[in-house]
Write a protein that binds this ligand. Structure first.
Ligand code: 4AD
Ligand code: MG
Length: 486
């Protein structure tokens, strides 16, 4: 018989019917012949309690079997139990199960099982990432991850967007930052060997790259893992009108921070006939929709995060879900920061017009000045990507970042340059290889339209809604510099 999930058992009436419970033991307690077993199956935060009264077992209880199996139970063991679903006399739970039969499916030797009851550090749990989903914290994180993914699809599907998939392997560099992981089947050892041989023959170091012949590589040219699905999303938005991607993206930035991953999931909507203001409106709606979803559908897990991980979390999410997001130009943001610096605010990087807004600045704007989410728009074109629509001032582009308290940048987006001549000139000005972007320029050559889009980092969102300190703890298997275990 397929067991009923514990979340459904806990929500049902204690009518004394026979039920099957399957899961992993959290605790076993024996108090004067009364045995309590807490079992969790990850379907919800709460455990179900199995009880066995040695002095007064239930009529149909298989007492000998239960006693034998109880000897095998420790934290971490897996069980299949049958019993009667009754009202719980104990406070804190509505129902419990009086044992009739018990089977330990797999023991967990307490001398070896890495998850013991005493408090474990996040670092320790990261080293045991294959088991950490069995803890309260990570069960809650992964359930919220599931709910937020569902919320993403729900938001866009309700609004007529079509879900599309951009390739993971690409020859273009959307963000132009050169932070790509190369994908190759060429043998590095063989190339190194050829280099050594050539060196002996007097080859100069600056000619070494000539040894690599990409026409012999798998794709016949240099390829990488994508940093963003945006460029391909634009090709579909200029046919299907409103689309979104939701998939993994990769960045080889050497950032060992609690905000960066080398492999992260991004949601990238792209909308034809949207200008920057329309883009900002839907970004604000999207973030609020996600927060409201978390607040209504993840109550039990949120209560845990609020109590144990970040006190005040629920209240702050509720506040942001109702607030109007502040919208300021980049120029205004820099003026605010310069003023703050003049009045004694301590920044590692001095803010000035033209600088990239650093995390410390983002947090100062959201936490100290505006006390809530801030959308910063019209950035200097030199610090942004080639595809952004140029403003008439010749200095700025129609870019926007959404900054939120505690996290900094959650979303990056822009209106796209739809003018063929301007985009081509920008590609040339930046010294980019034009032959790689001919298809992208075609969108501006044939039936070009104003269009906009943005990217939201899924793990940044999860950090925000769970209050978890480190981005490595909101994805099952984090990838970061020197970290690719499991
Ligand atoms: O600001 P970014 O680089 O923008 C783009 O990639 C655009 N192509 C998006 C678009 O307009 N379609 O990245 C977007 C978001 C950031 O705001 C951040 O939330 C997240 O992706 N992000 C990261 N998350 C985790 N680890 C990293 N290394 C990240 N880099 C960016
Ligand atoms: Mg960005």
């Amino acid at each position: 018989m397929v067991p009923v999930l514990i979340k459904d058992l806990l929500a049902s009436a204690p009518d004394g019917r026979k039920v099957t419970v399957c899961g992993w033991v959290r605790t076993v307690r024996d108090s004067k012949g009364l045995v309590f077993i807490q079992v969790n199956d990850g379907s919800c935060f709460a455990n179900i309690q199995l009880t066995f009264d040695r002095n007064n077992p239930s009529n149909n209880a298989n007492v000998n079997e239960i006693e034998e199996e109880l000897k095998k139970l420790n934290t971490g063991a897996s069980v299949r139990a049958e019993g009667l679903l009754i009202e719980s006399p104990a406070s804190g739970q509505a129902v419990e199960v009086t044992l009739e039969s018990l089977k330990c499916l797999g023991q967990a030797n307490p001398d070896e099982y890495p998850l013991q009851k005493n408090k474990m550090s996040m670092e320790y749990l990261r080293d045991n990432a294959h088991l950490r989903a069995r803890t309260n914290t990570f069960g809650a994180v992964y359930r919220m991850r599931n709910q937020m993914a569902f919320a993403v699809h729900s938001f866009f599907q309700e609004r007529g967007f079509q879900y599309i998939n951009a390739p993971e392997i690409t020859c273009s560099d959307c963000e132009g930052a050169g932070e790509m992981f190369q994908v190759t089947t060429l043998s590095l050892e063989k190339i190194a060997e050829m280099g050594v041989k050539a060196g002996q023959g007097g080859m100069k170091i600056e000619d070494a790259h000539k040894i690599i012949d990409y026409s012999k590589d798998f794709f016949g040219k240099k390829a990488s893992l994508t940093v963003s699905g945006q460029l391909e999303a634009e090709t579909l938005a200029t046919a299907l009108s409103r689309v979104y991607t939701f998939g993994p993206t990769f960045r080889a930035e050497n950032s060992n921070t609690p905000r960066h991953l080398a492999e992260f999931w991004m949601i990238e909507p792209e909308m034809a006939f949207f200008d920057l203001n329309d883009d900002m409106d839907i970004q604000e709606d999207f973030v609020k929709y996600l927060l409201n979803w978390a607040l209504t559908k993840c109550r039990e897990d949120l209560a845990f995060f609020d109590k144990r991980i970040q006190p005040g979390l629920i209240e702050s999410l509720e506040k942001v879900a109702k607030a109007k997001f502040t919208r300021i130009s980049y120029t205004q943001a820099i003026e605010d920061l310069e003023k703050a610096a003049a009045n004694g605010a301590k920044f590692e990087f001095k803010p000035y017009w033209g600088c990239d807004i650093a995390t410390e600045h983002e947090r100062y704007l959201t936490e100290k000045i505006y006390n809530g989410p801030v959308m910063v728009f019209n950035y200097p074109k030199e610090i942004k990507s080639f595809y952004m629509k140029q403003n008439d001032d010749g200095k700025t582009v129609k870019a926007v970042d959404v900054l939120v308290p505690g996290i900094g940048e959650l979303i990056g987006g822009s209106e796209r340059e739809e003018d063929y001549g301007k985009l081509k000139a920008e590609i040339e000005r930046r010294g980019m290889d034009e032959s790689i972007y001919d298809w992208y320029l075609d969108l501006r050559k044939f039936g070009t339209v104003p269009h906009s889009g943005f990217g939201l980092g899924f793990e940044r969102l999860l950090r925000y809604v769970t209050g978890m300190d480190n981005i490595r703890d909101v994805i099952p298997y984090p990838r970061a510099p020197k970290l690719a275990d499991f």
